[in-house]
Ligand binder design. Structure first.
Ligand code: M6R
Length: 607
């Protein structure tokens, strides 16, 4: 879950390295560092905390040179301390390494190297790598073979970039289960742990595959197989990535900006895809596999976190509209399950970043199985986008806040489109299309409630716990609402299906344990009302999200939030936005770091 950058060219390396690290901060923001080579001497700047601190640190003690590497860390091995901050070096400071991933056999290697007289200053797994390179370099005097030998010993997952004072002409990179992109410019080469930092400099990108090493320099790159050492030919591909509007405008943070972008997100996800007048859904990304789709009789949706909850909404949508049996699984479980799959099953991965390690591993498990791999991905050119046979992009634009909001809304919109596309004789087709077309305006109505929602959220922000409940389409939204409030406000929250209350969660309820109930109009009204009565009878405070202020559920609540009415399959597009505003303002009241909550990273690129 760390971000990696590398630069070799004619310009000051630090400019790309610092900007690139800022772009990659979504991967981790515990500490950051750069190492730059100048006339056989490597200088570093490192700091605990954000890249903005690193900039200040570097400004005070500037590093110069046109070859360098950089890293922004999400701590796995060892605390958030300067000594654990990358780049890490060997004992004689000849080799510097940045690493994303986990070296599983680092203790074994450390023990071996210790016996050879090597000493270690950090608690990280990474530090063994530059020392191992140093060890092999003593024997060969060749940086590439030393790197190759070192990398061959490593077990686990890694994206590595090596800088050596013995070689100012080249940088060395290696990849196993952790992405690495090389951007080829004119007389310069950019490295990134994904294409985002590279995108602002060149569109010509090559992605390393597992088991490959790249030697990169101002003239380009050479890829070799780690084991056979044979050269591998791979041309660059042109990628068009919007590296993101870094401008907050009038918004105080990205989460707020992204919540307010949700109406535009729905419009953009539908653009050119939904021809309302002709009742046609056109999804170019699925055209290639249209024939195969005819034979699919089961879909397994795999995803993590918010994308998993969008997948749960997708399950209801695909079953109701397209009539296809669907099952949703967390990617972290799917990857280790021994589940028999038939060729008529398609696996559909949902991911904002396209770089989530568990989702990547889940798809990898299917390699060679002949199972159709589909994707709903937001980040173009990402690993998952490249791994799937076909898919539909979300077109939500870059999402920067760790807490996912507009991506969920885009994913659910895409699920509606896919469900309509796969529908055969669905009687309410035009009703859904009609309702979907007005969703962006209705979300705008929800956003206008922000002040009222903020007032309620502030009242409840000082509770230690929160229960979120909903039934059917509101159930995944309850889960998502609970996830959001816990991740940004650190209030303990649980999401449950309303029907589960009596099976356990009801025991939690008393005057200090409030509930956020999603009780929008549908044929579950009476059931939702019963749940609320049970809570009410136990003195539980209730914030109810309704679309009819006169509904019985509204009457039992201490506080109500009234959002516009839509058909039940589309309710998550409105209710989720209300829960986002609620979580946001609770976190704001508590003075939390909204965009970068503690212990988290935007993209979970390690298991
Ligand atoms: O990039 P992905 O959609 O694959 O990420 C999945 C989860 O890591 C992500 O949704 C996470 O749960 C968010 N922080 C939730 O707000």
């Amino acid at each position: 879950m760390c971000g990696i950058v590398g630069y070799i060219g004619k310009n000051e390396a630090k400019d790309y390295l610092l900007d690139g690290l800022e772009t990659l901060e979504y991967r981790g923001y515990d500490s950051a560092g750069i190492a730059v080579l100048n006339k056989e001497k490597i200088s570093t700047a490192k700091t605990v905390g954000r890249v903005e601190h690193l900039r200040k640190e570097e400004a005070e003690r500037p590093v110069h040179g046109s070859v360098g590497i950089g890293h922004t860390r999400w701590a796995t091995h060892g605390g958030v301390l300067e000594r654990n901050t990358h780049p890490h070096h060997d004992k004689s400071k000849e080799f510097y390494v940045v690493h994303n991933g986990i070296i599983e056999n680092y203790e074994e290697i450390k023990e071996f190297l210790s016996k050879q007289g090597y000493e270690f200053y950090s608690d990280t797994d990474t530090e063994v790598v530059p020392n191992l390179v140093h060890f092999h370099y003593q024997k060969t005097g060749n940086v590439l073979s030393a790197f190759q030998a070192a990398v061959q010993t490593l077990r686990g997952a890694y994206a590595l970039v090596l800088l050596s004072s013995h070689d100012s002409e080249n940088l060395y990179a290696a990849k196993l289960s952790s992405p690495l992109a090389l951007g080829v410019g004119k007389d310069e080469l950019f490295i990134g742990s994904d294409a985002l930092p590279v995108a602002g400099h060149t569109q010509d990108v090559v992605f390393l595959e597992d088991g490959e090493i790249a030697v990169v320099n101002t003239e380009g790159y050479r890829i070799v197989d780690i084991t056979t050492k044979k050269s591998i030919e791979r041309a660059t591909e042109v990628i068009e990535i919007d590296s993101g509007d870094g401008d907050l405008g009038d918004f105080p943070d990205f989460m707020s900006k992204e919540i307010h972008e949700t109406p535009a997100t729905v419009r953009s996800a539908m653009l050119g895809r939904l021809r309302a007048d002709e009742q046609i859904v056109k999804l170019g990304g699925l055209e290639l596999v249209e024939d195969q789709l005819q034979f699919i009789d089961r879909i397994i949706i795999i995803a993590c976190g918010t994308s998993y909850y969008a997948g749960m909404v997708g399950e209801y949508l695909l079953e109701e509209i397209a009539g296809i049996p669907v099952e949703v699984q967390q990617a972290s479980e799917f990857r280790y399950r021994q589940e028999p799959l038939s060729r008529s099953t398609a696996v559909l991965v949902v991911s904002q970043s396209g770089e989530t390690a568990d989702s990547i591993a889940a798809l990898k498990k299917l390699e060679g199985s002949g199972i159709l791999k589909l994707g709903i991905v937001n980040a173009p050119g990402s690993t998952l986008a490249r791994m799937t046979d076909a898919g539909v992009y979300c077109h939500a634009g870059p999402e920067k806040a760790v807490a996912s909001t507009k991506a969920f809304v885009a994913q659910v919109t895409v699920f509606v489109l896919i469900a309509l596309k796969l529908a055969k004789n669905y009687p309410k087709f035009s009703e859904v299309v009609k309702a979907l077309n007005v969703i962006p305006q209705q979300i705008e109505e929800v956003l206008k409630l922000e002040k009222d929602i903020a007032k309620i959220a502030k009242e409840y922000a000082h509770h230690n716990d929160f229960l979120y409940i909903g039934r059917r389409y509101a159930y995944p939204v309850a889960m998502e609402g609970a996830l959001k409030i816990k991740e940004i406000s650190y209030i303990h929250a649980e999401g449950f299906a309303g029907g589960e209350m009596k099976h356990g969660p009801l025991a939690l309820i008393d005057e200090s344990f409030p509930t956020f109930a999603i009780a929008l109009s549908n044929d579950m009204d009476e059931k939702s009302f019963s749940n609320m009565q049970e809570i009410h009878a136990r003195n539980g405070k209730i914030v109810t999200l309704v679309d009819d202020k006169n509904s019985p559920s509204a009457k039992l609540a201490q506080d109500i939030i009234v959002i516009p009415k839509t058909i039940e399959p589309l309710q998550p597009l409105l209710s989720s936005v209300a829960t986002y505003l609620f979580a946001y303002h609770a976190a704001k009241e508590l003075g939390r770091d909204i965009d970068k909550p503690r212990n988290l990273a935007k993209s979970v690129t390690v298991e």
